[in-house]
Design a binder for this molecule. Sequence first.
Ligand code: GLN
Length: 429
Amino acid sequence: MSTDYNGYITADTIEGGDDGPLAERTVAVKDNISTEGVRTTCGSAMLKEYVPPYDATVVERLVEAGATIPGKTNMDEFGMGTTTETSAFGPVENPVAPGYVPGGSSGGSAAVVAAGDADMALGTDTGGSIRCPASFCGVVGIKPTYGLVSRYGLVAYANSLEQIGPIAPTVEEAARLLEVIAGPDDRDATTRDAREEGSDYDYAAAADGDVDGMEVGVPTQLLDGADERVVETFWAAMDDLEAQGASYHEVELPSLEHAVEAYYVIAMSEASSNLARFDGVRYGVSGGYDGNWNETFARAREEGFGDEVKRRVLLGTYALSAGYHDKYYKKAQDARAWIQSDFDDALSEADVLASPTMPVPPMELGESLDDPLTMYLADANTTPVNLANLPALSVPAGETEDGLPVGLQLVGPAFDEHAIVRAGSALEN
Ligand code: GLN
């Protein structure tokens, strides 16, 4: 196993069952998903020695399906980042574009798949963390409909936004992995049975490449301001879909301009509440008690959390505080409702929506950490989908002239993963 690009935090093997749909396959698991007896760090010094006493539901399902887990993958600390450079275990290098970031926060998961060090991987996507690294590493990633996949055993960053999902070399393999992990779970009350939503779990069968007659909407807001090399590659891929019988039209979704702001207010607010448990007493490195619990907690957090996590806990606490709650958190919830209704309208006249997954190609390593606002803006195309609870897939669309991977994002109606799988598979032809 080549590990010089730093894809794994812990390379312990968890053996799968003897048979099942994933027998003989390896599936790497992002390090914020609990694995019984194997440390689960969330990319944080806070949890550098944390060993969960139980498996996440998705891990149980992988093992039952026969998959072997080759290790836990590197990630931005607690999922907070777009480059995998906020990891306390060092950055991941993009295996297909040396010197560049692999995207984030599931950068390790996409990198090990792109490098061939795992057949497939699980990532998590709160605001793009599966689709961004899939796009930057030239592989496929799916962010499922909210409620399709159990979050039991996922260390929470922003519960109302995140889903666990597959990363794989092809759309069909990603769809097959989704079949294994999808479905209701008594231990996560936000899960739904797709069959009760008028759907089914046969995602891999939808990877038939048949887009004849399919109608694709292109939200113009998601092309404005994107890098020209990305826009060019995107339109070439759209021409390819059209040549296969699909048609496309442009759509306006004015609310999307506010998605990044709304996303960061909601994500940071939820994070500030979720991360309160890392106080060195319940979880995390000890702050050493010397008579004052407030100081004990402060020392644990000072030592355990990196800069990006501290920034978000502070901003989230501020946005939720009594005097500012209406001004920020409530406004962000209003924007979220507006985004949801814009997507509903657009999807009433299209089978899927298409855009570049990321407005920019992969950044150079070391380029983006000191400018958090610019980094947040890179999430412009992915965050709206989480706010709307919809499924989305990133599929390789080609490369820039300088050889950097570009991903195309397809967004579908809730619980219609089939539509995005079908359209995505056509782009692989
Ligand atoms: N880049 C986004 C953030 O930092 C998305 C992260 C994610 O999806 N976990 O919050």
